[in-house]
Design a protein around this ligand. Structure first.
Ligand code: PHE
Length: 339
């Protein structure tokens, strides 16, 4: 009788203890089986009552086993109460920054024309940012690009260390390292010491382009930019080149594209004239080629530099430059790679 009590109180909490319970009592070699074997030795007159108790024990053990098994089965994780017809909770995915989206698009267009992608340092020496690009010492052109200085020149044989004011430093680094033909674009961040406003910032992004080979002409430059503009803004876009000056290109031009004059709040970049500047460009100055060990008698080339913010403004009608670096999630969430 005490065994009946033991059987009904045996602690079972999981599948393992249930199995232990089965082995101990119910299996062939278990306690109950052994007792039935011993029944043969019990004197005849007691067999009936002992047998009755043993049957009771057997039934109790088996009933408990079935009960416990069912209980465990139903609390199994696979049968937890889940409503499979409910719609899933949407995953919140991030999205790429609008400047990144524009950069990817620019790269895609130029890669199809056979341009490689290169980059260079943002902390640069005077040679790569200015001198090699044919900016004479103390020339006012250096002041056109208000420079952030990291370290002022210490002695006659050292140089100023600065934050690059344009991506043109990468042109120099490429030409110093690599023999023509060179055909690459160089996206990156640049810095200028300007007061922050809707239309100016102390850092922004450019994509430099460089193509050096035999017989590269100004017509190649124009067609390359024209192709880019059509891919970026649609085939109806028109291109306008205005004469300009950069120390490192001759002749130089500023390149405008047509844009819609929109009356909405966002279209600050589009001037009344309907033209907006997208790039500075020109034929690489012979002095620059010489500075990099390339013979200007043998090779010619063009270079251009455009602002990624400006291209993005035209694409997405964002009027205020500060929005790009404020990290306001309400702004950032509006841009998707399919746009
Ligand atoms: N580096 C020039 C700027 O930042 C742009 C430019 C690049 C012009 C290449 C001509 C050729 O204003």
């Amino acid at each position: 009788l005490s065994l009946i009590k033991e059987v009904s109180e045996f602690p079972v909490s999981d599948k393992q203890t249930l199995e232990a319970f089965r082995l101990k009592y119910i299996s062939k070699k278990g306690v109950v089986g052994e007792l039935f074997d011993e029944l043969k030795q019990v004197p005849n007159e007691q067999k009936k009552s002992v047998g009755k108790i043993l049957n009771q024990l057997k039934q109790t053990a088996e009933a408990r086993f079935t009960e416990l098994n069912e209980k465990l089965e139903s609390s199994d994780s696979s049968s937890v109460d889940i409503d499979l017809s409910l719609p899933p909770v949407a995953n919140k995915t991030g999205n790429l920054h609008p400047l990144t989206l524009t950069r990817y698009r620019i790269i895609e267009i130029f890669e199809r024309l056979g341009f490689n992608v290169a980059d260079g340092p943002e902390i640069e020496d005077d040679w790569h940012n200015f001198s090699a690009l044919n900016f004479p010492e103390n020339h006012p052109a250096r002041e056109m690009q208000d420079t952030f200085f990291v370290e002022k020149k210490q002695s006659a044989d050292s140089q100023d260390v600065i934050l690059r004011t344009h991506t043109s430093n990468v042109q120099i680094r490429m030409m110093e390292k690599q023999k023509p033909p060179i055909r690459a674009i160089m996206p990156g961040r640049v810095y200028r010491n300007e007061a922050i406003s809707a239309r100016a910032h102390c850092f922004f992004h450019q994509v430099e382009g460089l193509y050096i080979d035999k017989n590269v002409s100004f017509a190649d430059l124009k067609q390359t930019i024209f192709h880019f503009a059509k891919e970026m803004y649609g085939k109806d876009v028109k291109l306008r080149l205005r004469p300009s000056f950069f120390p490192f290109t001759e002749p130089s031009a500023e390149i405008d594209v047509t844009c819609l004059i929109c009356k909405g709040a966002g279209c600050v970049v589009c001037k009344r004239s309907g033209w907006v500047e997208i790039a500075g460009a020109g034929m690489v100055h012979p002095n620059v080629l010489k500075n990099c060990g390339i013979d200007p008698e043998e090779y010619t080339g063009f270079a251009f530099g455009m602002g990624i913010e400006r291209v993005t403004q035209l694409r997405y009608q964002v009027g205020d430059l500060r929005l790009y670096s404020e990290n306001d999630i309400r702004f950032l969430r509006q841009f998707h790679s399919s746009d």
